[in-house]
Design a protein around this ligand. Structure first.
Ligand code: PLP
Length: 387
């Protein structure tokens, strides 16, 4: 076990050691830690759906009817009508013919990517793709060609040089990037995928619920649902629940049922979660104003921080503020915590060395006063601690 001790000591030295928080409780926009309440800017519960009464009610009713666990995988006796209903509703929400549910976004990416690319194939992926997409690509054993973030010229250069050397090719991107909060040039990606005969898979984990009409995502907002072969999205972030889907043609979902190992070899999600997810889709339609309110608020928040000379970026509810060194980011986060704000720094290896950052994620439930106060706390940080 010496190698473990050495590894942990090294991570501690580098200020990259990860530890857990063990919160007393959390709610949208707030956490309670050791009896102390903090405004939370680090969750993906963007719309506050995790505590929405309609989701809680739906989950509770399903719990009474179906019990706790699903009992088996979907291909054994864990496949209930409720799972199918959620898949039908999700397909229609995403304007695709069909949808297949996975136990998490991680399961979806590591399960689906190896189905579409094998050892004679190529994967062209944005260099900021999520770890679950990268892991899916590694598992696939395909030759990997990362392209510079959102750089379509670089992607086209790679396609020109390499596409003909491989049988199948898959292009991977996120629509809203999880750490940088910016948007993929989806139209250009569709053009390239058509020109070079590739399959395009778009991860909408951070767009679902926020972008597009009633939160249908960025692919839908751009009118591209028909052209993106595989639309992946999660219920675990803005939709406040759990699990993920691939929305695609029926041909593809039938194929995935037979080939995606993370779908085949894992117990189905419990019906309480499936029912809450169904309720979340309903709330997206009945309360469609939350996403636009949040995006508007994020825009103003970004403008104020930028005016205060912070290096701010993003085009979504995710607002990265570049800090630089890991230790500095940790120190600043500690200062904000003392003032009542949880803004967890994102550090290597999640982001490249020297680009540690605050990743403010706004939540619909944050009040105007809370936002103003965190802006003031950032001003004080600049006044007394920066440079
Ligand atoms: C872009 C992206 N894809 C996939 C996932 C994984 O989703 P889940 O948390 O449902 O496993 C995440 C979550 O961090 C993500 O940010």
């Amino acid at each position: 076990m010496e190698f473990i001790k050495a590894y942990l000591a090294k991570r501690k030295n580098e200020n990259t050691l990860r530890t857990l928080l063990a919160l007393d409780t959390r709610g949208p926009g707030v956490i309670v830690r050791q009896g102390q309440k903090y405004v939370d800017f680090s969750s993906n519960d963007y719309l506050g759906f995790s505590k929405h009464p309609k989701l809680i009610d739906a989950a509770g009713q399903a719990l009474d009817v179906y019990g706790v666990g699903a009992g088996a995988s979907r291909l054994l006796s864990g496949d209930l009508k409720l799972h199918h209903l959620l898949e039908e509703e999700t397909a229609s929400f995403k304007h695709k013919e069909s949808a297949l549910f996975f136990n998490s976004g991680y399961h979806a990416n590591v399960g689906v990517i190896p189905v579409f690319a094998g050892k004679n194939d190529a994967i062209f992926s944005d260099s900021l793709c999520h770890a679950s997409q990268i892991d899916g690509a590694i598992l696939s054993r395909a030759k990997r060609f990362p392209f510079r973030h959102n750089d379509m010229e670089h992607l086209e250069d790679l396609l020109k040089k390499e596409r003909a050397n491989f049988e199948k090719a898959l292009i991977l991107t996120e629509s809203v990037f999880s750490m940088d909060g910016d948007l993929a040039p989806l139209r250009s990606l569709v053009e390239l995928k058509e020109r070079y005969n590739c399959v395009l898979m778009v991860d909408e984990a951070h767009a679902t619920g926020i972008f597009g009409n009633q939160g249908r995502g960025l692919v839908d907002a751009e009118g591209l649902s028909e052209y993106v072969d595989l639309i992946m999205g999660t219920f675990s972030k803005a939709l406040g629940g759990f699990g993920a889907y691939i929305a695609a043609s029926r041909l593809i979902t039938d194929y995935l049922i037979n080939s995606a190992r993370s779908f085949i070899y894992s117990t189905a999600l419990p019906c309480s979660i499936i029912a809450a997810n169904l309720a979340a889709l309903e709330v997206c339609k009945t309360e469609p104003g939350r996403g636009p309110v949040l995006l508007n608020r994020a825009q103003r928040f970004r403008a104020v921080l930028s005016k205060d000379d912070w290096d701010v970026s993003g085009e979504s509810q995710i607002i990265p503020v570049m800090i630089g060194e890991s230790k500095t980011a940790l120190d600043y986060a500690g200062i904000l915590l003392e003032k009542g704000f949880q803004v967890l720094p994102i550090r290597p290896p999640t982001v490249p060395e020297g680009t540690s950052r605050f990743r403010f994620s706004l939540c619909y439930e944050h009040t105007e006063e809370e936002i103003n106060k965190v802006v003031e706390a950032m001003r004080e940080l600049r006044r007394y601690h920066v440079g």
